[in-house]
Design a protein around this ligand. Structure first.
Ligand code: ZN
Length: 255
């Protein structure tokens, strides 16, 4: 019989890539999740079930009916009661695993609070839906020397890339300035399939598990682009910009 805490993660620690040692490391992991929407909710669900020990979750919205098709931690009563997303997340996580420590922050992530949000954190997962916030995350993560995992999904396609602060490249190497809201596709205007948010989130958590369990060398260095509707999968290599203000010159203008 495999009961209790050991039993909960038994099938995971049997996996050769983790083992008991990797599982123990995961349980010590401290992760910051920015955004509790289409990416954030499946990311949180999988991290908690994998046994990651501490989560700090950040969001400022309340649950809406149009969230339910893809934001998998919420229920119709959360919509009726206009529950804050971070409160609904906390309730769900406590029900699922009372030993996971979770800190719910009902704030928007800004250049002013990002360093404080990253305090004591091992890894940041970007689950936002806009580029301006990602540039704040990029600057904060490089300044604090914490890796972060970019994820984005809309319509039928999505991207993921892990950025390591020890050397780059970073998000600004890829694109010097953030695209404005009207320059990008958004779920509000273009819609989004729940399978693409689920898939990008799953990929993000998979990379997170590798990092937190001490298997950094397994993390893909390139960016992955997936289009589920057209069955198109590609990896895109991002060269470092030797003039990059962030990862080369250490000038963090979004903070
Ligand atoms: Zn850079």
């Amino acid at each position: 019989m495999t009961e209790g805490r050991h039993g909960r993660f038994h099938k995971q620690s049997l996996f050769y890539g983790l083992g008991e040692t990797g599982q123990k490391r995961l349980e010590k992991g401290k992760v910051l999740i920015i955004g509790c929407g289409g990416l954030g909710t499946p990311v949180i669900n999988l991290l908690v079930r994998a046994g990651v020990g501490f989560l700090r979750v950040v969001d400022q919205d309340v649950v809406e009916m149009s969230n339910l098709h893809r934001q998998i931690l919420y229920f119709p009563e959360d919509v009726e009661e206009e529950t804050l997303k971070v409160d609904a997340v906390k309730k769900y996580v406590h029900r699922l695993d009372g030993q996971i420590r979770i800190e719910a922050v009902n704030q928007r992530c800004t250049g002013e609070n990002i360093l404080e949000l990253m305090e004591g954190i091992d890894l940041v997962i970007d689950c936002t839906d806009n580029f301006p916030t990602r540039y704040i995350i990029n600057d904060g993560a490089f300044k604090k020397k914490i890796p972060w995992i970019y994820g984005g999904a809309v319509e039928n396609h999505g991207n993921i890339k892990t950025f390591f602060p020890d050397g780059g490249p970073c998000l600004r190497c890829m694109m010097m300035h953030p695209l404005e809201k009207n320059e990008t596709q958004r779920a509000d205007t273009h819609g989004v399939l729940n399978t693409i948010t689920g898939m990008i989130a799953t990929y993000q958590v998979s990379e997170a598990i590798k990092y937190l369990s001490g298997n950094r060398e397994k993390i893909l260095k390139d960016m992955i682009h997936i289009n589920l509707w057209e069955n198109d999968y590609e990896t895109i290599s991002l060269p470092k910009n030797e003039e990059c203000p962030c990862c080369v010159k250490e000038y963090y203008e979004f903070l």
